[in-house]
Design a protein. Sequence first.
Length: 368
Amino acid sequence: MSAVIGTAKTSPPLGDIATPRRARIGARKAAMLGIVLVGALAAGRYGYGWWTNGRFIVSTDDAYVGGDITAIAPHEAGFVSEVAVIDNQHVRPGQLLVRLDPRDFQAICDHAAATLEARKATLQGLRAQREQQLAMVDVRASDVRAAGARLAFARIEGARYAALALSPAGSRQDAERTRANDQETSASATGAVASLEAARRQLDVLAAQIEEAEASVKVAEADLRTAELDLGYTEIRSPIDGYVGNRAVRLGAYVSRASYLLSIIPAHGLWVDANFKEDQLGHMARGQAADVVADVAPGVVFHGRIDSLAPGTGAVFSIIPPENATGNFTKIVQRVPVRVMLDADGATLSRLRPGLSAVVSVDLRTGH
């Protein structure tokens, strides 16, 4: 009996069993309470941030960097004799890009210059003839005055001898001689007047010829300027400060007028076209501040301001705009392009490139 009693097991008290269970439940409740408190604090912080700042910020990731890319094309057709740039090269305004073979244009320019000189010489000769004709008019005017004086004297003589012929002191022969001299002198005076009129008419003819020659000189000058312009067009230069891109021109190739050669991507003045949803535009206006984060530089924030809002959605400017008047209708939120001009320090090609993706955030509290 005593052996049986010595081998019997004793059970722990009920209080000792409940204590660990309560501890686990308390720890679980404390953890849950902590999670709830952390969540509440996070929600409160988020709500406070949204109320004070977030509700005034609208953003979109449907945004792309843009710039005024200039397509370079020749003004005249010809063979390419020199390609002065390579791909991705930086160029300054006025820097030579491509040169066409100038020999044909130089020959046309030389011919135009020679034609101009010939027409100037013709004009100079006509002006010299006019000066000579003016002197001839003066001579003919002197002849008219001399003939008039002789005619007046002959008429006085004729009248005097005609009066003497009626008296015994005069002779009929002298009267006839003076009458004949009067007629001859009158004819000579008439001829002098006619010569003067002819000389004056010749002046009018020369004046018309000079006017025509002057017009001809102006035409030749215009032809020379055109030829010089065409010769200058054989040197194709950069109109802006930027970088060479998408170069298609090759040495020795024949290029036609206005055919594509290469593009110049501007080094400055970049912008971002952000496509915002239509329900984001209610309080958006020109001049509001915008932050831009490009995928190429995720840790860098570029700053800018809204420059303009497009006059229509992107859909209305598509080649085939949507037609919702027939069939089933499914409403799709439309997007409106908003142009954001970057500040001077961010609008360069140092990091951004036209066509890159970006995220744009606009602060609606600014710009008022």
